[in-house]
Design a protein around this ligand. Structure first.
Ligand SMILES: Cc1ncc(COP(=O)(O)O)c(C=O)c1O
Length: 494
């Protein structure tokens, strides 16, 4: 039967597949978006309340709220206090310039994308076009509500008034010189990395550091080691430049160097996350660090140390970075302000041996010149005037308490049905069902309870074989953590 245009949309026809790998809120969001685009849900039409729709579809209210929030951000829905949520009168397609709306599909045009864009497309879901409010336990998310905005604003105002006019024309592509000095001093004091300001290359975050490394250290066909499971965006950065990745297993001590030597004895570089392995959350042991450093020296390979969260070790003093104990100069160190401050800042840094500085600075200039000077200058003041160290101390305490709350909540709510590691470092926990047959159910229960997570599988070279859910706790207070874990467990045991 053909559906008549005047008929109201039947929300109970929305289909939620609990066995699909796509999270439930994403499924709901794309079905609603499609209904709006196709005209089945018309401008002005009222949507059910989040409570109404969650009851109708038998899913968590958070799931409906997350889908609504995304569509509100994209402009498909509009909300008014007192009158609920409606389909927007003016849809995003109608406001897009016609040249955008009428672009030919890449498949039908010779002017379409290059072949390597297919590989890029695998990450399309990882690169959200709009950011929704994080729900427990979204990983990669620091406590943004704790950032001292008032202090930053005061420093930024002062910088706008005082920054020399000449900097308006640009700064050294390696970074605003006082920021490079402040970072070098910070690294020496807190991560044990002895380096000069000259060795610091300011980047827009770890990701850009990886891009620069790929351009400058890897020729097409060169091989590299990457931890398995490991940080897929690093894999992508290197393979996009024609390098060949070799996944090297991680055990409870970190990357298995002996296995790496068997798999590929002479790679050009090895990418590692020694402080807190992403995603397995183990810390590389000292013997393993020494073995890796020795191997790199013997085989003339670079070690790329991604210290994305090295500041957060709660049980004891932060462990020194690998670069701090490197006697041979084999380590290229990557740091970021994405976790210690916030990811939207887009500032990070590389520490490279002095002979490479010129190439890295020039490559940065060719890529995008340099990071914005006002942000760099404001961050310099934030560090030099002690606000950064103070913020870090506060966050270390806060995250230690949240991590403890997370351990307690998972243990209390799931008991022996769940296993998770207790590395007292980093901002995430990896959990799985004690009975491996229950992993799918554990994931489904999280979807139903509106719990956010990543799968270890997303970071694995052998998809479907590495169970585990990656849970971030940093952005959620102790009550939110306890309630979310309980809601999740209630669904799991129901
Ligand atoms: C392993 C790893 N490296 C680096 C980052 C941060 O990258 P960026 O500095 O580009 O934000 C993350 C998470 O966001 C990560 O998990």
């Amino acid at each position: 039967m053909v559906q008549r245009r005047s008929q109201r949309f039947q929300f109970d026809t929305l289909e939620i597949d609990r066995d699909a790998s796509q999270p439930l809120h994403r499924q709901l969001e794309s079905q609603l978006r499609e209904a709006i685009r196709s005209g089945r849900l018309r401008p002005g039409e009222k949507l059910p309340s989040t409570r109404g729709l969650c009851n109708q579809l038998q899913i968590a209210r958070n799931t409906v709220a997350a889908a609504y929030e995304q569509l509100l951000a994209e402009g498909y829905l509009e909300a008014e206090i007192g009158s609920g949520t409606r389909v927007s009168q003016q849809l995003p397609e109608q406001t897009a310039p016609s040249s955008v709306a009428k672009k030919p599909s890449p498949k039908t045009s010779r002017r379409g994308l290059a072949k390597r864009a297919e590989e890029v497309d695998r990450y399309a879901d990882w690169a959200p076009r709009t950011i929704t409010t994080p729900l427990p336990f979204r990983p990669h998310t620091p406590a943004i509500d704790q950032f001292p905005r008032d202090i930053w604003q005061r420093l930024a105002d002062r910088r706008i008034r005082r920054l020399p006019r000449l900097t308006y024309l640009g700064v050294d592509p390696a970074g605003y010189p006082p920021l490079r000095s402040a970072i070098a001093a910070y690294l020496g004091a807190s991560r044990g990395v002895a380096c000069s300001a000259e060795q610091i290359i300011v980047t827009s975050g770890v990701q850009q550091g990886l891009e620069l490394i790929a351009r400058l250290l890897l020729d097409p066909g060169d091989s590299f080691w990457l931890e398995q499971p490991g940080y897929s965006p690093a894999w992508h950065a290197f393979t996009a430049h024609g390098a060949v990745g070799v996944p090297v297993p991680v055990d409870e001590q970190g990357i298995d160097v002996a296995a790496g030597e068997r798999l590929c004895p002479r790679p050009k570089l090895a990418y590692v996350t020694p402080s807190v392995q992403w995603p397995a959350a183990v810390t590389m042991s000292l013997p393993r660090r020494m073995q890796l450093l020795e191997w790199a020296e013997q085989s003339d390979a670079w070690i790329i140390e991604d210290d994305y969260v090295g500041e957060f070790r709660f049980a004891a003093r932060p462990q020194q970075a690998l670069a701090a104990i490197d006697p041979h100069g084999s380590v290229i160190y990557l740091g970021t302000f994405s976790k210690v401050l916030f990811p939207g800042m887009r500032l990070g840094y590389l520490v490279v041996p002095e002979p490479l500085v010129r190439a890295f600075a020039t490559s940065r200039w060719l890529a995008d010149r340099h990071s914005p000077v006002f942000e760099q200058a404001t961050l310099t003041d934030f560090i030099e005037e002690g606000h950064f160290a103070r913020h870090l101390r506060r966050m270390r305490k806060l995250y230690a308490a949240r991590q403890a709350a997370m351990f307690t909540a998972l243990e209390t709510s799931f008991g022996s049905a769940m296993e998770f590691q207790r590395n007292e470092a980093g901002l995430h926990v990896v959990a799985k069902a004690s009975d491996s047959r229950q992993n799918r159910r554990l994931q489904r229960a999280a979807d139903e309870a509106g719990v956010e997570y990543h799968l270890v599988d997303q970071y694995s070279a052998s998809a479907g074989k590495t169970p585990g859910m990656i849970l971030g706790f940093a952005a959620f207070n102790e009550q939110q953590i306890a309630e979310a874990a309980q809601a999740w467990a209630d669904r799991f045991f129901a």
